[in-house]
Design a protein around this ligand. Structure first.
Ligand code: KG4
Ligand code: ZN
Length: 340
């Protein structure tokens, strides 16, 4: 089955053509990051307008790069939520319009469902597995039993890991979104140089909290201003990254031990982080479990990842109706309710 996938939940307009939910024929991502950087974060109204401008060219390019045309597309997978309402509406409306015009089915997919199944595009990943999803809006541990069967085991109580990276980057003086810059600078820093808290490390739950870490960064910078570039800025980045990774690894290990599940997927934009990838590889080695982390290009927002669940649902005959709405908030555990 040839599926066209569309993603417009935040600040990336993306489209992909994927065969059988596995083979990526094209994956086009048009990022608005440079536009939002000026404002220090995503401006929802600007995001919607930019999606509207880019959605047709991005879909056209995805079809072109896949060397195919709309008449060959057999189904559409689109992010229904969660995300920015106005942004989501652009993708959902495009999917509905194409589905109606071509008389093909479409299905609304949960954005995080795409993230945690992205590894399937590159590797054989068997169910069940645990998934740590770390992105700009999510820091969640899920028990994944199959397509559409997800249970939240733990989640952040305040900031998401990506949000913590971006806010801390801003405190240091780096441009939004600073997660990748912190990663770069951390490579040259000493992770033991600055003492930072590990929030909720030993609270016995599988939940996370990153807002205190951000406050600690703020207080540290007030007392010890850093210039960029400098070795002290690199040390601070390395210490911050280590603190985040320590918590992510400890909670993931606890979840693996509690459930006895032997497969782990790490996904979402923060899964690009070199420190996290290294720490998770060590954890998997130590516990003797299978670890799947998608290539960096499939960790960040993209449309190809949506084609994995999308293809499955379409093949099962689970379609969305033309009345489908976009939803800004949507618990993954309730993914099966009312969208097909
Ligand atoms: O999954 P994603 O592309 O979008 C959301 O769904 O949120 O994740 C974006 C987040 C941003 O917070 C960004 O700073 C972070 O992922 N990120 C990183 C790295 N690359 C992207 N954080 C740490 N290290 C990186 N290398
Ligand atoms: Zn995402």
């Amino acid at each position: 089955m040839l599926v066209l996938a569309i993603e417009t939940s935040c600040d990336e307009t993306a489209a992909a053509v994927v065969r059988d939910g596995r083979e990526i024929l094209s994956s086009v991502v048009s990022s608005q990051v440079a536009i939002h950087a000026e404002y220090g974060g995503v401006v929802p109204e600007i995001a919607s307008r930019k999606h509207l401008e880019m959605i047709s060219p991005v879909i056209t390019q995805a079809l072109h790069e896949a060397d195919t045309e709309l008449s060959n597309i057999e189904g559409i997978a689109v992010t229904r939520g969660p995300g920015l309402n106005g942004a989501l509406l652009v993708g959902v409306s495009a999917a509905k319009a194409i589905a109606c015009a071509r008389n093909i089915p479409f299905v609304g997919v949960h954005h995080i469902e795409g993230h945690l199944l992205a590894a399937h595009l590159e590797q054989q990943v068997e169910f069940p597995f645990l998934a740590l999803v770390v992105s700009g809006g999510h820091t969640h541990i899920y028990h994944v039993q199959g397509f559409g069967r997800y249970r939240t085991l733990g989640r952040t109580l305040d900031d998401a890991a990506g949000e913590a990276f971006d806010k801390s980057a801003k405190i240091i003086g780096l441009e939004y979104p600073g997660g990748a810059r912190i990663d770069d600078m951390a490579r040259q820093g000493n992770a033991k140089a600055v003492q930072l808290p590990r929030p909720l490390l030993r609270d016995g739950s599988l939940n996370f909290s990153f807002s205190g870490l951000k406050t600690a960064m703020f207080q540290y910078i007030k007392k010890n201003p850093v210039v960029i570039p400098s070795s002290s800025a690199n040390d601070l980045c390395a210490s911050f990254q280590e603190a985040v990774c320590d918590v992510l690894v400890a909670k993931t290990e606890a979840a693996l031990r509690q459930t006895g599940v032997r497969r782990l997927v790490v996904a979402g934009g923060v899964a690009c982080n070199s420190g996290l990838r290294r720490h998770m590889a060590k954890l998997a080695d130590r516990l003797g479990i299978n670890l799947h982390i998608p290539s960096p290009v499939l960790c960040g927002d993209n449309a190809a990842m949506l084609a994995v669940p999308g293809n499955f649902y379409l093949e099962q005959g689970m379609f969305s109706e033309q009345t489908l709405d976009a939803v800004a908030t949507w618990e993954l555990d309730r993914v099966g309710e009312g969208f097909r």
